[in-house]
Design a binder for this molecule. Structure first.
Ligand SMILES: [Fe+2]
Length: 471
Protein backbone atom coordinates (compact mmCIF):
# COMPACT_ATOMS: atom_id res chain seq x y z
CA UNK A 1 0.00 0.00 0.00
CA UNK A 2 1.26 3.42 -0.83
CA UNK A 3 -0.55 6.20 0.90
CA UNK A 4 0.93 9.60 0.31
CA UNK A 5 1.86 11.08 3.67
CA UNK A 6 0.70 14.66 3.56
CA UNK A 7 3.53 17.09 4.19
CA UNK A 8 6.28 14.43 4.35
CA UNK A 9 9.50 14.98 2.38
CA UNK A 10 9.77 13.04 -0.89
CA UNK A 11 12.40 12.42 -3.53
CA UNK A 12 9.61 13.01 -6.08
CA UNK A 13 9.61 16.75 -6.84
CA UNK A 14 5.81 16.77 -7.13
CA UNK A 15 5.28 15.17 -3.70
CA UNK A 16 7.83 17.27 -1.83
CA UNK A 17 7.60 20.58 0.00
CA UNK A 18 4.44 22.52 -0.84
CA UNK A 19 3.70 20.18 -3.75
CA UNK A 20 2.92 17.57 -1.07
CA UNK A 21 -0.82 17.01 -0.67
CA UNK A 22 -2.97 17.73 2.37
CA UNK A 23 -5.10 15.00 3.91
CA UNK A 24 -7.83 16.99 5.63
CA UNK A 25 -10.91 18.78 4.36
CA UNK A 26 -11.46 21.90 6.39
CA UNK A 27 -13.49 25.08 6.84
CA UNK A 28 -12.22 28.34 8.26
CA UNK A 29 -13.28 31.93 8.75
CA UNK A 30 -12.07 34.86 10.85
CA UNK A 31 -8.62 34.38 9.32
CA UNK A 32 -5.83 36.83 10.06
CA UNK A 33 -5.66 39.51 7.37
CA UNK A 34 -2.81 41.91 6.69
CA UNK A 35 -4.42 44.87 4.94
CA UNK A 36 -8.12 45.03 4.18
CA UNK A 37 -10.31 42.68 2.16
CA UNK A 38 -12.23 44.93 -0.24
CA UNK A 39 -15.95 45.09 0.46
CA UNK A 40 -16.65 45.19 -3.29
CA UNK A 41 -15.11 41.74 -3.84
CA UNK A 42 -18.05 39.33 -3.81
CA UNK A 43 -17.92 35.74 -5.01
CA UNK A 44 -15.92 32.54 -4.93
CA UNK A 45 -12.19 32.29 -5.58
CA UNK A 46 -11.46 28.69 -6.60
CA UNK A 47 -8.21 26.82 -7.11
CA UNK A 48 -7.97 23.16 -8.14
CA UNK A 49 -4.97 20.90 -8.28
CA UNK A 50 -3.59 17.41 -7.82
CA UNK A 51 -3.77 16.11 -4.26
CA UNK A 52 -2.99 12.38 -4.33
CA UNK A 53 -4.28 10.07 -1.60
CA UNK A 54 -2.93 6.70 -2.75
CA UNK A 55 -0.28 6.21 -5.41
CA UNK A 56 0.95 3.06 -7.13
CA UNK A 57 4.53 4.25 -6.95
CA UNK A 58 5.87 7.30 -5.15
CA UNK A 59 8.86 7.44 -7.51
CA UNK A 60 6.77 7.17 -10.68
CA UNK A 61 3.96 9.48 -9.55
CA UNK A 62 3.22 12.20 -12.12
CA UNK A 63 1.63 15.46 -11.05
CA UNK A 64 -1.07 15.05 -13.74
CA UNK A 65 -2.29 11.92 -11.85
CA UNK A 66 -3.22 13.47 -8.50
CA UNK A 67 -6.79 13.38 -7.18
CA UNK A 68 -8.49 16.71 -7.67
CA UNK A 69 -8.86 18.92 -4.62
CA UNK A 70 -10.55 22.31 -4.64
CA UNK A 71 -9.50 25.13 -2.33
CA UNK A 72 -12.06 27.92 -2.24
CA UNK A 73 -12.46 31.28 -0.56
CA UNK A 74 -15.89 32.87 -0.49
CA UNK A 75 -15.70 36.66 -0.30
CA UNK A 76 -18.58 38.77 0.98
CA UNK A 77 -18.72 42.25 2.51
CA UNK A 78 -15.03 42.33 3.39
CA UNK A 79 -15.00 38.84 4.91
CA UNK A 80 -13.46 35.57 3.71
CA UNK A 81 -14.49 31.97 4.33
CA UNK A 82 -12.24 29.05 3.31
CA UNK A 83 -13.13 25.48 2.34
CA UNK A 84 -11.18 22.66 0.71
CA UNK A 85 -12.73 19.47 -0.63
CA UNK A 86 -11.71 16.49 -2.71
CA UNK A 87 -13.57 15.98 -5.97
CA UNK A 88 -15.45 12.74 -5.27
CA UNK A 89 -15.68 10.99 -8.60
CA UNK A 90 -15.98 7.22 -8.90
CA UNK A 91 -12.28 6.34 -9.17
CA UNK A 92 -11.43 8.40 -6.09
CA UNK A 93 -14.27 6.78 -4.11
CA UNK A 94 -13.20 3.26 -5.12
CA UNK A 95 -9.68 3.91 -3.84
CA UNK A 96 -11.05 5.44 -0.62
CA UNK A 97 -13.16 2.35 -0.08
CA UNK A 98 -10.22 0.04 -0.67
CA UNK A 99 -7.81 2.21 1.30
CA UNK A 100 -5.17 1.77 -1.39
CA UNK A 101 -4.34 2.46 -5.02
CA UNK A 102 -6.45 0.98 -7.81
CA UNK A 103 -5.26 3.08 -10.75
CA UNK A 104 -1.54 2.97 -11.57
CA UNK A 105 -1.03 6.33 -13.26
CA UNK A 106 0.48 7.56 -16.52
CA UNK A 107 4.13 6.69 -15.81
CA UNK A 108 3.24 3.14 -14.74
CA UNK A 109 0.98 2.04 -17.61
CA UNK A 110 3.57 -0.52 -18.74
CA UNK A 111 4.30 -1.85 -15.26
CA UNK A 112 3.48 -5.60 -15.20
CA UNK A 113 1.64 -5.40 -11.85
CA UNK A 114 -1.92 -6.62 -12.55
CA UNK A 115 -4.63 -4.03 -12.69
CA UNK A 116 -6.90 -3.60 -9.69
CA UNK A 117 -9.68 -1.84 -11.57
CA UNK A 118 -12.89 -3.72 -10.68
CA UNK A 119 -15.15 -4.98 -13.42
CA UNK A 120 -17.59 -2.31 -14.51
CA UNK A 121 -15.51 0.52 -13.02
CA UNK A 122 -14.13 3.30 -15.23
CA UNK A 123 -10.81 2.32 -16.85
CA UNK A 124 -9.25 5.59 -15.72
CA UNK A 125 -9.96 8.15 -13.00
CA UNK A 126 -11.84 11.31 -13.84
CA UNK A 127 -9.54 13.41 -11.67
CA UNK A 128 -11.20 16.80 -12.26
CA UNK A 129 -7.90 18.26 -11.04
CA UNK A 130 -7.02 20.79 -13.74
CA UNK A 131 -9.28 23.82 -14.19
CA UNK A 132 -12.79 25.24 -13.90
CA UNK A 133 -15.42 26.61 -16.16
CA UNK A 134 -18.65 28.30 -15.13
CA UNK A 135 -21.49 28.21 -17.61
CA UNK A 136 -25.30 28.25 -17.44
CA UNK A 137 -25.06 28.84 -13.66
CA UNK A 138 -23.11 25.60 -13.31
CA UNK A 139 -19.58 25.14 -12.00
CA UNK A 140 -17.53 22.40 -13.64
CA UNK A 141 -14.15 21.00 -12.55
CA UNK A 142 -12.27 19.78 -15.60
CA UNK A 143 -9.79 17.05 -16.60
CA UNK A 144 -9.04 16.89 -20.30
CA UNK A 145 -9.30 13.12 -20.92
CA UNK A 146 -12.67 13.07 -19.11
CA UNK A 147 -16.15 14.50 -18.89
CA UNK A 148 -16.67 17.75 -16.93
CA UNK A 149 -17.60 17.25 -13.27
CA UNK A 150 -20.41 19.34 -11.79
CA UNK A 151 -19.47 20.92 -8.43
CA UNK A 152 -21.93 22.64 -6.12
CA UNK A 153 -21.34 26.06 -4.59
CA UNK A 154 -20.76 27.13 -1.92
CA UNK A 155 -20.12 23.71 -0.33
CA UNK A 156 -17.94 22.20 -3.12
CA UNK A 157 -19.96 18.96 -3.10
CA UNK A 158 -19.39 16.73 -6.14
CA UNK A 159 -22.53 16.07 -8.17
CA UNK A 160 -20.52 14.11 -10.73
CA UNK A 161 -19.56 14.01 -14.39
CA UNK A 162 -22.00 14.98 -17.13
CA UNK A 163 -22.26 13.91 -20.77
CA UNK A 164 -24.79 16.67 -21.61
CA UNK A 165 -27.76 14.29 -21.97
CA UNK A 166 -25.70 11.76 -23.89
CA UNK A 167 -24.61 14.29 -26.51
CA UNK A 168 -20.97 14.69 -25.40
CA UNK A 169 -19.07 11.97 -27.26
CA UNK A 170 -15.49 13.18 -26.81
CA UNK A 171 -13.08 14.18 -24.05
CA UNK A 172 -13.71 17.71 -22.76
CA UNK A 173 -10.81 20.17 -22.65
CA UNK A 174 -9.76 21.77 -19.37
CA UNK A 175 -9.97 25.07 -21.27
CA UNK A 176 -13.37 25.56 -22.89
CA UNK A 177 -14.23 29.17 -23.76
CA UNK A 178 -17.37 30.89 -22.56
CA UNK A 179 -18.55 33.86 -24.63
CA UNK A 180 -20.46 35.70 -21.94
CA UNK A 181 -21.95 38.09 -24.48
CA UNK A 182 -23.64 35.28 -26.50
CA UNK A 183 -23.88 32.82 -23.60
CA UNK A 184 -22.33 29.95 -25.59
CA UNK A 185 -19.55 27.66 -24.39
CA UNK A 186 -17.13 26.27 -26.98
CA UNK A 187 -15.08 23.18 -26.18
CA UNK A 188 -13.05 20.43 -27.79
CA UNK A 189 -11.26 17.25 -26.90
CA UNK A 190 -8.22 15.47 -28.23
CA UNK A 191 -7.48 11.76 -28.38
CA UNK A 192 -4.88 9.17 -29.39
CA UNK A 193 -7.37 7.68 -31.86
CA UNK A 194 -8.97 9.43 -34.84
CA UNK A 195 -10.67 11.76 -34.91
CA UNK A 196 -7.78 13.26 -33.00
CA UNK A 197 -9.77 16.44 -32.31
CA UNK A 198 -13.52 16.91 -31.84
CA UNK A 199 -15.20 20.26 -31.22
CA UNK A 200 -18.58 21.13 -29.69
CA UNK A 201 -20.73 24.15 -28.89
CA UNK A 202 -23.00 24.22 -25.84
CA UNK A 203 -25.71 26.86 -25.99
CA UNK A 204 -26.68 29.37 -23.30
CA UNK A 205 -29.17 26.89 -21.83
CA UNK A 206 -26.55 24.19 -21.39
CA UNK A 207 -27.61 22.14 -24.41
CA UNK A 208 -24.90 20.65 -26.61
CA UNK A 209 -26.04 21.81 -30.05
CA UNK A 210 -23.10 21.28 -32.42
CA UNK A 211 -20.28 18.74 -32.75
CA UNK A 212 -17.73 18.22 -35.49
CA UNK A 213 -14.44 16.40 -35.91
CA UNK A 214 -11.42 18.54 -36.78
CA UNK A 215 -8.92 16.61 -38.87
CA UNK A 216 -5.23 16.90 -38.05
CA UNK A 217 -2.54 14.58 -39.44
CA UNK A 218 -1.42 13.00 -36.18
CA UNK A 219 -2.43 13.09 -32.52
CA UNK A 220 -0.97 15.97 -30.52
CA UNK A 221 -1.21 17.29 -26.97
CA UNK A 222 -3.69 20.09 -27.60
CA UNK A 223 -4.20 21.46 -24.11
CA UNK A 224 -5.91 24.70 -25.03
CA UNK A 225 -7.53 26.49 -27.96
CA UNK A 226 -8.98 29.94 -28.55
CA UNK A 227 -12.29 31.43 -29.65
CA UNK A 228 -13.16 34.81 -31.14
CA UNK A 229 -16.68 36.12 -31.70
CA UNK A 230 -16.80 34.47 -35.13
CA UNK A 231 -14.12 31.76 -35.15
CA UNK A 232 -12.69 28.86 -33.17
CA UNK A 233 -8.92 28.39 -33.41
CA UNK A 234 -7.13 25.03 -33.13
CA UNK A 235 -3.41 24.81 -32.38
CA UNK A 236 -1.76 21.90 -34.22
CA UNK A 237 1.65 22.35 -32.58
CA UNK A 238 4.09 19.43 -32.42
CA UNK A 239 3.87 18.00 -28.92
CA UNK A 240 3.02 14.62 -30.41
CA UNK A 241 1.24 11.71 -28.72
CA UNK A 242 2.87 8.42 -29.63
CA UNK A 243 1.84 5.13 -28.03
CA UNK A 244 4.53 3.18 -29.91
CA UNK A 245 7.19 5.55 -28.65
CA UNK A 246 5.85 5.02 -25.13
CA UNK A 247 5.84 1.21 -25.56
CA UNK A 248 9.48 1.44 -26.58
CA UNK A 249 10.27 3.16 -23.30
CA UNK A 250 10.12 6.76 -24.55
CA UNK A 251 7.70 9.48 -23.51
CA UNK A 252 4.06 9.30 -24.67
CA UNK A 253 4.31 13.08 -25.23
CA UNK A 254 7.33 14.41 -27.12
CA UNK A 255 8.31 17.60 -28.93
CA UNK A 256 8.85 16.87 -32.63
CA UNK A 257 9.52 20.25 -34.27
CA UNK A 258 9.93 18.66 -37.70
CA UNK A 259 6.13 18.34 -37.82
CA UNK A 260 5.75 22.13 -37.88
CA UNK A 261 3.00 24.27 -36.40
CA UNK A 262 -0.35 25.33 -37.81
CA UNK A 263 -3.36 27.25 -36.58
CA UNK A 264 -6.77 26.12 -37.84
CA UNK A 265 -9.52 28.74 -38.10
CA UNK A 266 -13.13 27.56 -38.26
CA UNK A 267 -16.41 29.48 -37.99
CA UNK A 268 -18.08 28.94 -34.61
CA UNK A 269 -20.66 26.59 -36.15
CA UNK A 270 -18.35 25.31 -38.90
CA UNK A 271 -17.45 21.75 -39.76
CA UNK A 272 -14.22 19.98 -40.63
CA UNK A 273 -14.37 21.11 -44.28
CA UNK A 274 -14.56 24.77 -43.21
CA UNK A 275 -11.26 24.78 -41.29
CA UNK A 276 -8.53 26.91 -42.89
CA UNK A 277 -5.01 26.05 -41.74
CA UNK A 278 -2.26 28.65 -41.48
CA UNK A 279 1.40 27.67 -41.07
CA UNK A 280 3.17 29.52 -38.28
CA UNK A 281 6.64 29.44 -36.73
CA UNK A 282 7.17 26.26 -34.78
CA UNK A 283 6.94 26.43 -31.02
CA UNK A 284 4.79 25.31 -28.14
CA UNK A 285 1.66 26.86 -26.72
CA UNK A 286 0.28 25.38 -23.54
CA UNK A 287 -2.16 28.17 -22.69
CA UNK A 288 -3.81 30.87 -24.75
CA UNK A 289 -4.94 34.20 -23.30
CA UNK A 290 -7.67 35.27 -25.72
CA UNK A 291 -8.64 35.72 -29.38
CA UNK A 292 -10.79 38.29 -31.15
CA UNK A 293 -11.84 39.50 -34.58
CA UNK A 294 -10.34 42.70 -36.00
CA UNK A 295 -11.62 43.48 -39.50
CA UNK A 296 -10.22 40.84 -41.86
CA UNK A 297 -7.97 39.52 -39.11
CA UNK A 298 -8.28 37.11 -36.24
CA UNK A 299 -5.94 37.99 -33.38
CA UNK A 300 -4.62 35.30 -31.04
CA UNK A 301 -2.56 36.01 -27.92
CA UNK A 302 -0.94 33.26 -25.87
CA UNK A 303 2.10 32.22 -23.90
CA UNK A 304 4.50 30.58 -26.36
CA UNK A 305 7.76 28.76 -25.69
CA UNK A 306 10.49 27.42 -27.96
CA UNK A 307 10.05 23.86 -26.71
CA UNK A 308 8.47 22.02 -23.78
CA UNK A 309 8.96 19.22 -21.31
CA UNK A 310 5.33 18.22 -20.87
CA UNK A 311 6.09 14.60 -19.96
CA UNK A 312 8.39 15.69 -17.14
CA UNK A 313 6.34 18.79 -16.27
CA UNK A 314 9.59 20.74 -16.49
CA UNK A 315 11.64 18.43 -14.25
CA UNK A 316 13.31 16.13 -16.81
CA UNK A 317 17.08 15.91 -16.63
CA UNK A 318 18.83 18.23 -19.08
CA UNK A 319 15.63 20.22 -19.42
CA UNK A 320 16.37 23.77 -20.52
CA UNK A 321 13.99 25.85 -18.42
CA UNK A 322 14.54 29.05 -20.40
CA UNK A 323 13.44 27.33 -23.61
CA UNK A 324 10.45 25.72 -21.87
CA UNK A 325 9.10 28.86 -20.26
CA UNK A 326 6.65 30.74 -22.42
CA UNK A 327 6.45 34.45 -23.17
CA UNK A 328 3.47 36.43 -24.41
CA UNK A 329 3.11 36.26 -28.18
CA UNK A 330 0.61 37.35 -30.83
CA UNK A 331 -0.52 35.98 -34.17
CA UNK A 332 -2.60 38.14 -36.52
CA UNK A 333 -4.17 35.91 -39.16
CA UNK A 334 -5.52 37.78 -42.18
CA UNK A 335 -8.38 35.71 -43.56
CA UNK A 336 -8.53 37.77 -46.75
CA UNK A 337 -4.85 37.65 -47.76
CA UNK A 338 -3.83 34.48 -45.91
CA UNK A 339 -0.90 36.32 -44.31
CA UNK A 340 0.06 35.66 -40.69
CA UNK A 341 2.03 38.26 -38.74
CA UNK A 342 3.67 36.97 -35.57
CA UNK A 343 5.34 38.97 -32.83
CA UNK A 344 6.55 38.72 -29.28
CA UNK A 345 4.65 40.89 -26.79
CA UNK A 346 6.76 40.64 -23.65
CA UNK A 347 10.08 39.14 -22.50
CA UNK A 348 8.80 38.10 -19.09
CA UNK A 349 8.65 34.29 -18.78
CA UNK A 350 5.07 33.43 -17.90
CA UNK A 351 2.15 31.08 -18.22
CA UNK A 352 -1.32 30.58 -16.69
CA UNK A 353 -2.49 33.44 -18.92
CA UNK A 354 -5.86 34.95 -18.08
CA UNK A 355 -8.09 37.79 -19.16
CA UNK A 356 -11.21 39.26 -17.61
CA UNK A 357 -13.63 36.36 -18.28
CA UNK A 358 -16.43 38.78 -19.17
CA UNK A 359 -14.40 39.91 -22.22
CA UNK A 360 -13.27 36.47 -23.46
CA UNK A 361 -13.76 35.93 -27.23
CA UNK A 362 -13.87 39.73 -27.68
CA UNK A 363 -11.08 42.35 -27.79
CA UNK A 364 -9.08 42.58 -24.58
CA UNK A 365 -6.54 45.19 -23.58
CA UNK A 366 -5.01 43.28 -20.66
CA UNK A 367 -3.48 39.87 -20.07
CA UNK A 368 -2.70 38.64 -16.56
CA UNK A 369 -0.24 35.80 -16.05
CA UNK A 370 1.89 33.97 -13.50
CA UNK A 371 5.60 34.83 -13.74
CA UNK A 372 7.96 31.85 -13.91
CA UNK A 373 10.84 31.48 -11.52
CA UNK A 374 13.81 31.04 -13.88
CA UNK A 375 15.58 28.41 -11.77
CA UNK A 376 13.03 25.96 -10.34
CA UNK A 377 10.66 23.99 -12.58
CA UNK A 378 6.90 24.55 -12.41
CA UNK A 379 7.33 27.43 -9.98
CA UNK A 380 5.89 30.93 -10.20
CA UNK A 381 7.27 33.76 -8.13
CA UNK A 382 5.14 36.67 -9.26
CA UNK A 383 2.11 37.93 -11.13
CA UNK A 384 2.12 40.23 -14.17
CA UNK A 385 -0.17 42.37 -16.27
CA UNK A 386 0.44 43.10 -19.93
CA UNK A 387 -1.20 46.15 -21.54
CA UNK A 388 -1.86 45.89 -25.30
CA UNK A 389 -2.27 49.66 -25.59
CA UNK A 390 1.16 50.55 -24.17
CA UNK A 391 2.96 47.20 -24.67
CA UNK A 392 4.10 47.57 -21.07
CA UNK A 393 4.41 44.62 -18.69
CA UNK A 394 4.05 45.39 -14.98
CA UNK A 395 4.63 42.81 -12.30
CA UNK A 396 4.62 42.06 -8.62
CA UNK A 397 7.14 39.58 -7.24
CA UNK A 398 6.04 37.56 -4.21
CA UNK A 399 9.42 37.82 -2.48
CA UNK A 400 12.21 35.52 -1.39
CA UNK A 401 11.18 31.86 -1.06
CA UNK A 402 7.57 32.72 -1.85
CA UNK A 403 5.87 30.95 -4.76
CA UNK A 404 2.35 31.06 -6.07
CA UNK A 405 0.04 29.94 -8.79
CA UNK A 406 -2.51 31.21 -11.24
CA UNK A 407 -4.05 34.56 -10.41
CA UNK A 408 -7.62 35.05 -11.54
CA UNK A 409 -9.30 38.36 -12.36
CA UNK A 410 -12.24 39.10 -10.07
CA UNK A 411 -14.33 42.09 -11.19
CA UNK A 412 -15.26 44.67 -8.62
CA UNK A 413 -18.97 44.76 -7.81
CA UNK A 414 -20.50 47.08 -10.46
CA UNK A 415 -17.21 47.15 -12.41
CA UNK A 416 -17.19 49.67 -15.23
CA UNK A 417 -14.00 48.91 -17.19
CA UNK A 418 -12.03 45.84 -18.26
CA UNK A 419 -9.47 45.99 -15.45
CA UNK A 420 -11.82 47.33 -12.77
CA UNK A 421 -11.27 44.60 -10.23
CA UNK A 422 -8.77 42.44 -8.39
CA UNK A 423 -6.30 39.66 -8.97
CA UNK A 424 -6.61 36.84 -6.46
CA UNK A 425 -4.11 34.02 -5.97
CA UNK A 426 -2.58 31.68 -3.42
CA UNK A 427 1.06 32.09 -2.42
CA UNK A 428 3.14 29.89 -0.16
CA UNK A 429 6.00 31.21 1.97
CA UNK A 430 8.39 28.28 2.02
CA UNK A 431 10.64 29.78 4.72
CA UNK A 432 7.93 29.54 7.36
CA UNK A 433 5.53 27.07 5.68
CA UNK A 434 2.73 29.66 5.58
CA UNK A 435 0.14 29.81 2.82
CA UNK A 436 -1.54 33.11 2.01
CA UNK A 437 -4.27 34.35 -0.31
CA UNK A 438 -3.27 37.61 -1.98
CA UNK A 439 -5.68 40.21 -3.32
CA UNK A 440 -4.15 42.83 -5.64
CA UNK A 441 -5.75 45.75 -7.42
CA UNK A 442 -5.78 44.80 -11.12
CA UNK A 443 -5.27 48.50 -11.90
CA UNK A 444 -2.10 48.68 -9.82
CA UNK A 445 -0.47 45.26 -9.83
CA UNK A 446 3.04 46.49 -8.99
CA UNK A 447 1.75 48.06 -5.75
CA UNK A 448 1.40 44.59 -4.28
CA UNK A 449 -1.50 43.13 -2.32
CA UNK A 450 -4.24 45.22 -0.76
CA UNK A 451 -4.90 42.21 1.46
CA UNK A 452 -2.98 39.10 2.54
CA UNK A 453 -5.13 36.44 4.15
CA UNK A 454 -3.01 34.17 6.32
CA UNK A 455 -4.33 30.68 5.65
CA UNK A 456 -4.71 28.60 8.83
CA UNK A 457 -3.86 25.47 6.78
CA UNK A 458 -1.32 24.77 4.06
CA UNK A 459 -2.58 25.18 0.49
CA UNK A 460 -0.41 23.04 -1.84
CA UNK A 461 0.67 24.34 -5.24
CA UNK A 462 -1.85 23.41 -7.90
CA UNK A 463 -3.09 24.06 -11.39
CA UNK A 464 -5.76 26.55 -12.43
CA UNK A 465 -7.94 29.06 -10.64
CA UNK A 466 -11.46 30.31 -11.21
CA UNK A 467 -13.78 33.07 -10.11
CA UNK A 468 -17.55 32.82 -9.74
CA UNK A 469 -19.13 36.11 -8.81
CA UNK A 470 -21.83 36.26 -6.18
CA UNK A 471 -25.34 35.73 -7.55
FE1 LIG B 1 -4.14 24.28 -18.36
Amino acid sequence: MTQVIAGAPSSNFFLDGNFSPVAEERDADNMEVIGTIPTDLAGHFLRVGPNPRYVFSEAAYHTFDGDGMIHAIEFSGGTARYRNRFVRNEGFLLEQERGDWIYKGMNSMLDPTPSRVPEGAPSSKNLANTAFTYHNNTLYALHEPSQPTIIELPGLETTGPTDFDGKLKHPFSAHPKVDQKSGEMMTFGYAFQAPYVTYSVIDANGELVHTTPVTIPKPVFMHDFAVSEKYSLFLDFPITLDIERAMAGGPALGFEPEHGSRIGVMPRYGTDADVRWFDVKTGVVVHTANAWDDGDEVVLQASRSKTADIAGAGTSEGNNLADNQGQLYEWRINLKTGAVVERSLSDTPCDFTRVNDAYACHPTQYIYAAVFNPVRPFSFDGVMKYDNASNITTEFKFGDQRFGGEAVFAPRVNASTEDDGYLVCFVHDEANNQSECLILSAQDVSAGPVARIMMPFRVPYGFHSGWVKAA
